[in-house]
Ligand binder design. Sequence first.
Ligand code: NDP
Length: 269
Amino acid sequence: MTDRYAVIGNPVAHSKSPQIHAAFAQETGEDIEYGRLLAPLEGFSDAVKQFRAAGGRGLNVTVPFKEEAYRLATLHSERARIAEAVNTLRFDAGALYGDNTDGAGLVRDIRDNLGVAIAGRRILLLGAGGAARGVIAPLLAEDPKDLTIANRTLERAEALERHFAPRVRASAYAALSGSRFDIVVNATSASLAGALPPLPRVVFAAGSLAYDMMYGRGLTPFLEWARGQGAGLTADGLGMLIEQAAESFFVWRGIRPRTATVLASLRAA
Ligand code: NDP
């Protein structure tokens, strides 16, 4: 019997996950079906239970339910526990297993797809929401020289500084003026609104990368800004999306799909 999965969120109509997982299923020969599930803002838990009761095997969780999914899961991976956010649910016998594959997706995209080393580099992470939280531990595991987090609401960055002490430093945007970085990752939702975080002048070191987790048509305001500041390479979050999906597929099916073809075809589209 075909195993059923879906992405749950609100909104969810824009999600490319069904397309990506259909390609993975075809490539690996796994017999799965993957759809979209729009959950009411106050009805996440009921929607998960109904999907499970109807025979569903697992879910990807997107905006704005990742933290609620963390609370709903009865068993967590180490990386979900650190992030306190879940983007992958698996329905096991007797347990609702919660994992977070966003960080692994970002690291694979930067390191393997873009060929940019993280080890020994100076990293600036913009934002302190769910997406930022999910990528900190996987970035630190790559052994960067240092990791600075800037956020509009400074207290949220300071909370992350305490959580990951002593390996992370919090900063107000204005205090970054003149600092030098090798990799700058935009994990804010500013690009969704066509906005730019209040960034001062920073220095992009030689061979540096500016990465926006948001993806879509053309350059985001952040990537435009980064080019103006001298970033060597710019990338949007499409590769991260595909890599986190591959990692979720592995969590569910125990098989890691190849990602290059899907990435190339979504880029072309
Ligand atoms: P959250 O709502 O949890 O956090 C939003 C963050 O953005 C906060 O730090 C907030 O700051 C900041 N922010 C929002 N607007 C502005 C602005 N105008 N200027 C400066 N900072 C701003 O969102 P998520 O963390 O879940 O998602 C962030 C982004 O990452 C989204 O665009 C999402 O689509 C993308 N994403 C992409 C993935 C991929 O696979 N490519 C995976 C996961 C997320 P404050 O705390 O001050 O409110």
